[in-house]
Design a binder for this molecule. Structure first.
Ligand code: SF4
Ligand code: SF4
Length: 336
């Protein structure tokens, strides 16, 4: 069974995730190329894709990083919220709510409004169209007509994907990158075509102007203004998708530090912090690139003098269970 629309969403979603293995092949060996060849409105994008030479995956990754990953402000944002507004803005929550209502959850570290998640959701909607419209025929052609495109898919394109992906595609097409410029061109053509098929007016599709690097608001960085609120529980470290947050432990001290360059300003750390110690606040530059957020000396065992937990953790535990004497001793000394 073939569903060109769903297959195209799928391949584009993969193309904008961390480069998959197939992206290292020459363009005319991609499944994306094959699907585009079968999709009449995309034939004008084929030559540019066919000319993409094979390249090691590491080189593809370097392209990806130079275009889409960067400290605070990459060349092209791959998040609806960042593209239209600010990273981790209302669009992020809006699409997450839509996924949840459809019984879906995003997997992996990316925000719900990342291009790959939005395209994967469109793929899901297009595949569910199969069950509604396909019947026994087993083939769902590209040009199925606007009445046959699920209203949910149309609405998602109207409210979300169609508002920014055509512009992103066009901007990428002008980037000069040998690999991602043709993919951007294909993305723009495809999103414009599907919007047309949905009956969305051109003026409503991709109406938001491209946000240029220089005019973009640089989002905040994690910060702890009131250090005694942070219990050094480490939950923020656990959820950080890029390992920008670390707990560093020496003989005398436990510290929560932020590697500024690795932080993508997603705000997950702020959301997980129950004590509201960590908040996303205006960024400042550190000369070393490593920002200490919270430092706490380590409590010594009253028996052997070995360092145990941090004073911050110790204080938190005593607020929860009081201060029994055994708490002052390490596990070894307790069992003596
Ligand atoms: S900032 Fe919040 S989540 Fe992170 S270690 Fe401190 S208390 Fe825990
Ligand atoms: S430090 Fe916080 S804002 Fe930065 S990437 Fe990690 S979770 Fe996201």
């Amino acid at each position: 069974m073939q569903n060109l629309r769903a297959d195209l969403y799928h391949s584009l979603a993969e193309a904008f995730a961390d480069p998959p293995q197939w992206l290292a092949l020459a363009g005319d060996e991609w499944h994306l190329y094959e699907i585009a060849s079968d999709t009449q409105c995309l034939t004008r994008c084929l030559d540019a894709i066919a000319n993409i030479p094979a390249e090691p995956l590491a080189a593809r990754l370097a392209r990806y990083n130079s275009l889409f990953v960067g400290t605070g402000c990459p060349r092209f944002w791959l998040y609806e919220s960042a593209y239209l507004n600010r990273l981790f803005g209302p669009e992020t929550f809006a699409v997450a709510k839509i996924y949840r209502a459809a019984g879906l959850e995003t997997v992996g570290a990316e925000l719900p409004d990342h291009i790959s998640n939005e395209l994967a959701f469109l793929e899901h909607l297009a595949r569910s169209a199969e069950t509604r419209f396909l019947g026994e025929s087993g083939f769902l052609p590209f040009g199925i007509g606007q009445d046959e495109i699920l209203s949910e898919e149309k609405k998602f394109i109207e409210d979300h994907a169609g508002r920014w992906l055509p512009n992103l595609g066009r901007a990428l097409a002008g980037s000069g990158d040998e690999v991602y410029a043709p993919i951007g061109q294909l993305l723009a053509h495809w999103m414009e075509e599907i919007a047309r098929q949905c009956g969305i007016q051109k003026a409503e599709c991709g109406r938001t102007p491209i946000v240029h690097h220089s005019s973009f608001h640089i989002p905040n960085l994690p910060n702890i203004a009131q250090s005694d609120r942070c219990t050094l529980c480490g939950f923020c470290v656990q959820v950080c998708p890029t390992r920008a947050l670390l707990i560093r432990e020496t003989q005398n001290e436990t510290a929560l530090v932020l590697k500024e360059a690795a932080c993508i300003r997603c705000g997950k750390c702020e959301r997980i912090c129950e004590s509201q110690a960590l908040t996303m606040s205006p960024a400042f530059n550190s000369s070393s690139g490593v920002i200490p957020l919270r430092q706490s000396s380590r409590v010594e065992c009253r028996g052997c003098g070995e360092p145990m937990v941090s004073q911050a953790e110790f204080d938190f535990v005593t607020t929860q269970i009081g201060h029994p004497t055994w708490l002052d001793y390490c596990l070894e000394c307790r069992s003596v």
